[in-house]
Design a protein around this ligand. Structure first.
Ligand code: 1CP
Length: 341
């Protein structure tokens, strides 16, 4: 089958008349016993650098659940190392060495070349396409603001106060940092497309913490710059915003095919506010810890809430959590696939 005729790609372009496609964010990961088995033999960073292991873990959830799209296995931080910023992944999330705290800290960052610096990612993409030729493959990167959050804060945070302060303390340095991020993210995504990614998703995981004014300047504008510079003909551009509700009118004006909607946001309201775009979402990942009947009911509630299903890609409203019961994921996929077509 041609990937462009898949339900996922057709839904991205709002012309799917068959079965509703479903995939889930973080679908290759710690809730899967077969992923944990790979991780017993390789650290997370080793896994991210091995094209064979990348392809192996990308295939795992596709083979187990029959998801309609695959996502590259990597991390949003992967591209920072060749830009001059090292990091580790101890238990409990990423740790960046020497985070940016002052404008001069930006001086040691530089451009990277995806083809020479991140060839293991591009080889991973080529390997996935060899092993999964018929399943659409989503490449990805973090949004400039989300990457800046980790670069400044140095680790995950509830509110990323240091990052949000930096924007106002050092506006000129922030501009310099974001220009560097926009250029490098754009080249990275274009290299992923050239290697075989058939869709791309930007994860704006933490933009949803910004004021509307700051969101416009430091999330929406740089994202628009990236999207406008992608070689995207036939490659749908997906923007996931965690907590998109306050910014729907701003996101409406971003030129992309699909908006990923978080679980706090009403999917009907999002679909109405985003004419001409497909929507992806938005089951609360914690629902999967409930009884099967509840999982099915909540899945159907989301499906029933939309009049038009030609432009829907079913997903969770954020990443799946590590202890999630496998049976709940099966229930979601079965319910979505049996809903129509
Ligand atoms: O121990 C392990 O195996 C590592 C856990 C893990 C995994 C499986 C991390 C560390 N990253 C990943 C893979 C990953 N990360 C993928 C590919 C897998 C897939 O989707 O199937 C993707 C797309 C990401 C993207 C990512 N990394 C985001 C954006 C998505 C989101 O959840 O909002 C973010 C914010 C990160 C940073 C990160 N990397 C890892 C963790 C635990 C985190 C979050 C840290 C925090 O809470 O701030």
């Amino acid at each position: 089958m041609n990937v462009s005729d898949s339900s996922f790609i057709k839904a991205c372009y709002r012309r799917n008349d068959g079965r509703i496609p479903v995939w889930i964010m973080r679908q290759a990961g710690r809730y899967l016993p077969e992923y944990r088995a790979v991780r017993e033999k390789a650290s997370f960073l080793e896994l991210c650098q091995s094209p064979d292991l990348i392809a192996q873990v990308v295939r795992q959830p596709i083979e187990r659940f029959g998801f309609d799209a695959a996502i590259l296995f990597s991390d949003i931080l992967t591209m920072l190392a060749p830009m001059g910023m090292q990091f580790e992944f101890p238990e409990g999330g990423p740790r960046v060495q020497d985070p940016i705290r002052r404008p001069e800290d930006i001086d040691r960052l530089h451009d990277m070349d995806p083809v020479s610096d991140l060839n293991f990612v591009l080889d991973g993409i080529r390997q996935i396409k060899k092993e999964l030729p018929d399943t659409p493959l989503i490449g990805f990167a973090g949004s400039p603001f989300t990457l800046a959050c980790y670069m400044i804060e140095g680790m995950g945070s509830k509110s990323f106060d240091l990052a949000r302060r930096f924007l106002h303390q050092y506006p000129k340095a922030t501009e310099r940092l974001f220009e560097l991020l926009v250029d490098n993210i754009t080249r990275y995504l274009n290299a992923q497309i050239t290697a075989g990614a058939e869709a791309v998703q930007l994860f704006d995981s933490w933009g949803g913490m910004l004021s509307r004014e700051a969101y416009r300047r430091w999330s929406a504008e740089p994202i628009q710059q990236i999207f406008s510079r992608l070689d995207f003909d036939g490659v749908p551009r997906i923007l996931f915003v965690n907590n998109v509700a306050p910014y729907l009118d701003i996101v409406r004006d971003i030129d992309c095919e699909v908006v990923g909607v978080d679980f706090r946001t009403d999917l009907t309201a999002a679909a109405t506010a985003l004419p001409g775009k497909a929507v992806q979402g938005n089951l609360d990942p914690s629902v999967l810890f409930g009884e099967r009947e509840q999982v099915v009911t909540q899945t159907i509630r989301i499906l029933d809430s939309l009049d038009n299903h030609d432009n829907l890609i079913f997903n969770l409203g954020h990443g799946i959590q590590p202890e999630t019961p496998i049976a709940s994921v099966e229930a979601v996929v079965e319910t979505v696939h049996n809903y129509r077509g």
